[in-house]
Design a protein around this ligand. Structure first.
Ligand SMILES: Cc1cc2nc3c(=O)[nH]c(=O)nc-3n(C[C@H](O)[C@H](O)[C@H](O)COP(=O)(O)OP(=O)(O)OC[C@H]3O[C@@H](n4cnc5c(N)ncnc54)[C@H](O)[C@@H]3O)c2cc1C
Length: 629
């Protein structure tokens, strides 16, 4: 059975959060040459200068730079990114401070982000001291897709988390522990959602102990609402022509304490979930031991002989959870796994021909409704599609320019290669919670000692999860979805590229898929067996795959098949993965089904962020939906 999941709509959970198309900002300057927003009819910064305003109102107003000095990390949240001046000036001040925190996290919301070229135009006359930072920001500026984007600077010591979308809706979905808030919306009368009681309530939820806030706006209603939410507010002299501004500190009883960051984490399972998790943790300075018997055959052994997989975004008109998760994962993978010199992860693009008229229509509607940038997805009508793929096609379909072809064994090996990642080729038999940390009983045949200790554990064991869940987790509660997790076997086949009439230079999909060649072979897939059947490459599987690829038969011509690869997909019945990352010392990333690569990227990065007290990358409603169930 072949499953086409791109248009899969999950009716069970209505979590699209009322999808809103992103409307980019239009570049504009007023008569005095000050950048202004046409959406809100207000200027982006004071006429007396953006940089001096940031210094006076937001940095000094929050007791910075002094408050970040000597800290391991310091997190700031700004309510409107605009041109990014507050971020740029904060970053510059942090760079110039020799006592700065080890890491600086800056979160900013923006309902109307600029396109990259427009942002560049708005910064054409930025001061020479800011120009180098502006260029780095522009180089990383994301495509305008809704959701959370994480940008990394200064060897990841400075992060910028951009949350694109309406702030009232998006603040509810963010998880972070913020030390200082920059309240910098347009004027309350023009931009009321930036100053609402509901938003202030969310800011208090996001606060770390001792959090502070500052704003140029000293309106009475804003002060009262901030007080009601939990800040002690005072008025102080404002910047330039503004007589007053406000600053505030969170009431003593409120705010979250940072978690203790684990020093040593045991990751059980060396598939893509385990490798992505180990890499995300070790980048943050945490020592990792990865345990898996397959490591006897090398770091990439969980996909030994698997030439290529596809990472293509999922898309549906309602932007359902699977689609949001896939988008978030692709964005993380593009930033973390894709490098100019890394041939194992290439953005070659995917052309997906609709299998019937309904799918064609659904694809067109999704593209129109979501309004995603062309760099992410384009609808190709039947004519354009036939020009694209050559020859007659019955339907149009979708083109995803940033979809990736990945060499799974090589990528996993690369992720696991780090001096602070230890590889232990053995099986974990049992996991026990200690007063602090965990103890794993391992198969003594292959391990030096029978017991392993770590401060924290991440279970990345796919379909074996149920047998390894520690008693402390499932003694008092049943998790039917975990109990019923399926292991669905499947295979891919390798066509000899030199014997094909036409070789794909991008991923082609629709009924089945065909990937650009790796080592002279084009991977084609895939079959789905029934739960419990063995995973093996068979002649019948090859035959099934060739039959499914009828659409591409002129490309395949009489090319022969030279072997294949078989494995399992661990899947839950709601087709969503299983993820527990919030608890300090037990993480779970499992049940990744057919989307293991994109989903591992986002879940691993989110878990590592959570354990390091960083702003999270996964929206809270998604996180909840993926929890133990
Ligand atoms: C034919 C086929 C084609 C596919 N194509 C794609 C594709 O194109 N794109 C895509 O994104 N996904 C694809 N997938 C799905 C993808 O392969 C999976 O989603 C992904 O590999 C799951 O990764 P994982 O790390 O969760 O699990 P696994 O790769 O299964 O790793 C789990 C590891 O845990 C180890 N383990 C289990 N129990 C223990 C224990 N007690 N102690 C120690 N270690 C243990 C196992 O040995 C194993 O190595 C495909 C799958 C198949 C079968």
């Amino acid at each position: 059975m072949f499953v086409s999941c791109i248009y899969c709509v999950l009716k069970r959970i209505n979590m699209t959060g009322g999808f809103q198309k992103l409307q980019p900002a239009t570049p504009s300057f007023n008569q005095k040459g000050i950048a202004q927003s046409l959406q809100y009819g207000d200027v982006y910064h004071s006429t007396a200068g953006a940089l001096a305003q940031t210094q006076h109102v937001f940095l000094a107003g929050n007791g910075l730079p002094e408050r970040w000095q000597g800290r391991t990390h310091f997190s700031i949240c700004e309510t409107g990114f605009g041109l990014g001046n507050n971020f740029l000036v904060t970053w510059l001040s942090w760079l110039r401070d020799s006592d700065r925190s080890q890491r600086l996290h800056f979160v900013s919301f923006e309902a109307h982000p600029f396109q990259r070229d427009d942002l560049a135009r708005m910064h054409e006359h930025a001061s020479p001291e800011l120009q180098p930072l502006v260029q780095q920001l522009l180089a990383q500026w994301p495509e305008l897709l809704p959701g959370i984007h994480r940008l990394y600077f200064e060897n990841e010591r400075v992060t910028l988390t951009l949350v694109f979308g309406d702030i009232e809706q998006k603040a509810k979905l963010l998880d972070a522990q913020i030390d200082a808030f920059f309240l910098d919306g347009f004027a309350p009368r023009l931009n009321p959602q930036m100053w609402s009681r509901r938003l202030f309530g969310q800011l208090v939820r996001l606060s770390a102990k001792g959090a502070t806030m500052a704003s140029w706006c000293s309106a009475g209603q804003v002060r009262r609402d901030l007080r009601d939410a939990g800040f002690l507010i005072e008025k102080i002299p404002g910047f330039a022509h503004k007589r007053e501004m406000i600053r505030g500190v969170l009431r003593e009883k409120l705010g979250r304490q940072p978690n203790a960051i684990p020093k040593h984490v045991m990751v059980i399972g060396a598939g893509i979930a385990g490798a992505a998790t180990a890499a995300a943790l070790v980048r943050r300075g945490i020592r990792v031991t990865v345990v898996d018997p397959v490591l006897k055959s090398g770091a990439g052994a969980s996909h030994l002989g698997h030439k290529a997989i596809a990472m293509t975004p999922l898309l549906s008109v309602d932007d359902a959870p699977r689609m949001r998760l896939s988008r978030a994962g692709m964005l993380v993978a593009a930033r973390q796994w894709q490098h100019a010199e890394a041939m194992d992860c290439l953005p070659l693009g995917t052309v997906r021909v609709a299998v019937d008229a309904d799918e064609d229509l659904a694809g067109r509607k999704a593209v129109e409704t979501l309004g995603f940038p062309d760099a992410w997805v384009q609808y190709l009508d039947v004519e354009v599609m036939s020009q694209h793929v050559g020859g007659d096609v019955a339907h149009g379909g979708l083109y995803f320019p940033s979809a990736m072809r990945v060499q799974p064994d090589k990528l996993i090996e690369r992720l696991l290669t780090h001096p602070n990642i230890g590889l232990l080729p053995t099986k974990v038999l049992k996991l026990e919670a200690l007063e602090t940390g965990w103890c794993a009983i391992v198969d003594t045949d292959s391990a030096e000692a029978g017991v392993l200790h770590a401060d924290a554990v991440v279970l990345c064991v796919a379909g074996e999860l149920s047998s390894l869940l520690p008693d402390s987790v499932h003694a008092n509660k049943a998790y039917p979805y975990i109990e019923e997790m399926e292991r669905l076997p499947g295979q891919v086949s390798y066509f000899v590229a030199s014997e094909m009439a036409k070789k794909p230079t991008y991923i082609v999909a629709g009924e089945g898929y065909l990937l650009p060649e790796v080592e002279g072979l084009c991977t084609a897939g895939s079959t789905y067996g029934a739960n419990g059947e063995p995973a093996q490459v068979t002649e019948q599987g090859h035959h099934e795959i060739r039959e499914t690829l009828q659409r591409w038969k002129t490309w395949l011509a009489s090319a022969s098949i030279q072997g294949g690869w078989a494995g399992y997909r661990a899947a839950l019945k709601d087709h969503l993965p299983l993820y527990a990352g919030g608890d300090q010392n037990l993480g779970i990333i499992s049940g990744l089904g057919s989307n293991g690569f994109a989903w591992s990227a986002i879940l691993a990065e989110d878990l590592a962020a959570a354990w390091n007290n960083e702003p999270r990358l996964l929206e809270r409603d998604l996180s909840r939906a993926l929890g133990l169930r």
